[in-house]
Design a protein around this ligand. Structure first.
Ligand SMILES: Nc1ncnc2c1ncn2[C@@H]1O[C@H](COP(=O)(O)OP(=O)(O)OP(=O)(O)O)[C@@H](O)[C@H]1O
Length: 264
């Protein structure tokens, strides 16, 4: 492990009246949530409920209505570079560039912080080395990033987002391609960053047990609307899972939050 990079401080994210459509099909309506510095909000919901569209809208990557404020400042007025210094995003299905190494790919995360076309500075190299060590990517540094396995690519995408040293991190299904140990490693890393540095974390998560054990608030989307929100224990109930997922499940409470056990 290398020396600690300078700390970042999380920001408050407020989303009000968010709506989005694809053509004439409305996929998000009147969505609102707030997450404070150091908070971890997991957006959950069945397939097609609008989770990815919500993240993309909040990041300004998608046409939408409504307002997104970071520390009270509407993001619509923020220059793109300033927005990239505040907010980082790891998409569910990233398109990785051909012909560049994993190290070069992760270093792209430093772009918003350094002068255009300038070579990486010492601080950039230190931040990149730190996140690559934390995500066990050092031995893959020289491999073409497109040749990594699915789970290795997912860790590289997360490393690039962390190298950005954002104040808010948006992750779409960050553990989808990871085995259980690597999923816990990534979630523990995020948990450490939010507790130590106050990084604000917003993730979508299909694994409801992991969502319940790591996030401090859950927002449940169904049909593009918020149908439940609160602490994991408030949202992860057998009734809510039955109504909105059509799922049969027991919910077992544990010291780190509820665990969802599917019932045959
Ligand atoms: N580019 C698009 N054009 C048309 N419809 C789209 C497009 N992208 C998404 N949709 C639709 O919008 C709805 C919400 O999709 P979205 O990907 O946001 O859901 P999700 O909750 O992230 O789903 P999943 O859990 O399956 O990843 C779905 O009905 C989807 O089919």
């Amino acid at each position: 492990m290398t020396g600690q990079p300078p700390p970042v401080h999380g920001a408050r994210v407020e989303v009000v009246g968010l709506g989005a459509s694809y053509g004439r099909t409305r996929v998000l309506d009147s969505v609102r949530f707030t997450v404070g510095p150091g908070g971890w909000l997991a957006v959950i919901g069945p397939n097609g409920s609008g989770k990815s569209t919500l993240l993309r809208s909040v990041l300004g990557l998608q046409r939408h209505e409504g307002q997104v404020r970071i520390d009270g400042v509407p993001t619509t007025g923020l220059p793109r570079r300033e927005r990239a210094r505040l907010l980082a995003y790891a998409p569910q299905l990233p398109v990785l560039p051909e012909g560049i190494s994993t190290l070069e790919y992760v270093t792209l995360g430093r772009t918003p912080h350094r002068p255009l076309l300038a070579a990486p500075r010492r601080v950039d190299r230190e931040v990149v080395a730190d996140v690559m060590a934390r995500l066990e990517l050092e031995s893959l540094a020289d491999r073409l990033v497109v040749t990594l396995s699915g789970g290795e690519q997912q860790r590289a995408v997360l490393a690039r987002a962390l190298a950005q040293r954002p104040r808010v991190l948006f992750l779409d299904e960050p553990t989808a391609a990871l085995d259980l140990g690597h999923a816990q490693q990534v979630l523990d890393l995020l948990d450490g960053l939010r507790r130590q540095d106050g990084l604000t974390v917003v993730t979508t998560l299909h694994d409801l047990t992991l969502a319940g054990q790591y996030a401090d608030r859950l927002t449940l989307l169904a049909g593009g609307r918020v149908v439940a929100e609160g602490t994991p224990a408030q949202v992860l109930t057998p009734e809510i899972l039955s109504v909105h997922y059509g799922a049969r499940a027991h919910v077992v409470s544990g010291p780190d939050g509820p665990a969802v056990l599917p019932v045959r």
